[in-house]
Write a protein that binds this ligand. Structure first.
Ligand code: SAM
Ligand code: DTB
Ligand code: SF4
Length: 355
């Protein structure tokens, strides 16, 4: 395979051997190729930043082996019922003030109940009014529920395939792979943008990673957003003692996702607490161009916002600015101010070190 061959057109017919061959490329060839594709479709020094909030925590009836929120495992997590709408809006305001452009709300549900819908749609309406993009992840959706969320103005729905069809049964038994594909179909059918990805580091093989990416890339339309999570090992879950994933294998997964889905935002998602700055930098070079920003994911820690901003400054990365497109530049200003501060901090640090 020619490492430099440009792959700029969109395909939905990737075969597993083709994808496995990408994984098998020498690391530098794979990264060069992914970075080339990235540059053909995106401004390569721009990263989208989203904030995540758990609007309903724990006590989930599903048995996902990685998840601290399943009621099957004793992880010491304190369950919390659905948050009040106003409290969610207060959190969204704070996220906006921090410079986030998208607010993602997650609920530990198998699927939303009828009685929940008025609350979640009110959250979507309220968050949109603040000028933020909205994203939700609430479990499986019927077509009617997807339509209702779309009507409320939901921009993105996150529903992950998590892994390959073959490995899936080792991780989750309470809903099927087909259930997940059906929900994605309902989301697409409702005109909501699709956010779908998976988790690596659960003991799957390279073939499984290729299988996950094949499923995503061969959907009728690529997901607009593809979160690649590295397993966060939580005590009490069946995957708590899983072996650490090789860092380069994680970066390879990002790079292959970038090559397969050239126009999608590839999100460097859960697991960043366990990644050093060099690994973040490699992930951005390999084509990751979105992160969750702020101290907490749903229930587990995430790097401090300031730490991300300092790294952005050191790497010359700018946050993607959606605010300007909308004529509302308040959030953009905040983020640029934070980057400027971080840049000044770095100059100060470098000067102090030189003396
Ligand atoms: N309950 C809903 C569902 O699963 O459809 C939405 C929330 S669920 C927490 C969203 C996604 O978070 C999961 O599909 C999984 O990919 C990811 N996730 C959960 N726990 C994780 C962990 N320990 N490490 C990495 N990713 C995780
Ligand atoms: C996604 O792919 N990753 C996010 C988001 N979608 C909802 C969730 C990560 C959860 C990590 C474990 C936790 O904090 O509970
Ligand atoms: Fe429940 Fe979602 Fe966690 Fe699975 S991943 S146990 S569905 S909260």
């Amino acid at each position: 395979m020619n490492a430099a061959a440009p792959l700029s057109f969109l395909r939905n017919d990737w075969t597993r051997p083709e994808i496995e061959a990408l994984f098998a490329l020498p690391f530098n060839d794979l990264l060069f190729r992914a970075a080339t594709v990235h540059r053909q479709h995106f401004e390569p020094n721009t990263v989208q930043v989203s904030t995540l909030l758990s609007i309903k925590t724990g006590a989930c009836p599903e048995d996902c082996k990685y998840c601290p929120q399943s009621n099957r495992y004793d992880t010491g997590l304190e369950p919390e019922k659905l948050m009040e709408v106003q409290k969610v809006l207060d959190e969204a305001k704070a996220a906006k003030a921090q410079g986030s452009t998208r607010f993602c709300m997650g609920a530990a549900w198998r699927s939303p109940k009828k009685k929940d819908m008025p609350y979640v749609t009110a959250m979507v309406r309220g968050v949109k009014e603040l000028g933020l993009e909205t994203c939700m992840t609430l479990g499986m959706l019927t077509q009617d529920q997807a339509d209702e969320l779309s009507e409320a103005g939901l921009d993105y729905y996150n529903h992950n395939l998590d892994t390959s069809p073959e490995f899936y049964g080792e991780i989750i038994t309470t809903r099927t792979y087909q259930d997940r594909l059906t929900t994605l179909d309902h989301v697409r059918g409702a005109g909501i943008k699709v956010c779908s990805g998976g988790i690596v580091g659960m003991g799957e093989s390279v073939r499984d990673r290729a299988g996950l990416l094949q499923q995503l890339a061969n959907l009728p339309q690529h997901p607009e957003s593809v979160p690649i999570n590295m397993l966060v090992k939580v005590e009490g879950t069946p995957l708590a003692e899983q072996q650490n994933l090789d860092s380069f294998d994680f970066i390879r997964t990002i790079a292959v996702a970038r090559i397969l889905m050239p126009q999608s935002h590839v999100r460097l998602s859960a697991g960043r607490e366990a990644m050093n700055e060099e690994m973040h930098a490699l992930a951005y070079f390999a084509g990751a161009n979105s992160i969750f920003y702020g101290e907490k994911l749903l229930t587990t820690p995430n790097p401090a916002a300031n730490k991300d901003m300092q790294l952005f400054a050191r790497l010359g990365i700018k946050p993607e600015d959606r605010a300007v497109e909308q004529g509302d530049d308040e959030a953009e200003h905040t983020l640029h101010e934070r980057i400027e501060h971080a840049q000044n901090d770095k100059l100060f640090y470098d000067a102090a070190r030189a003396n």
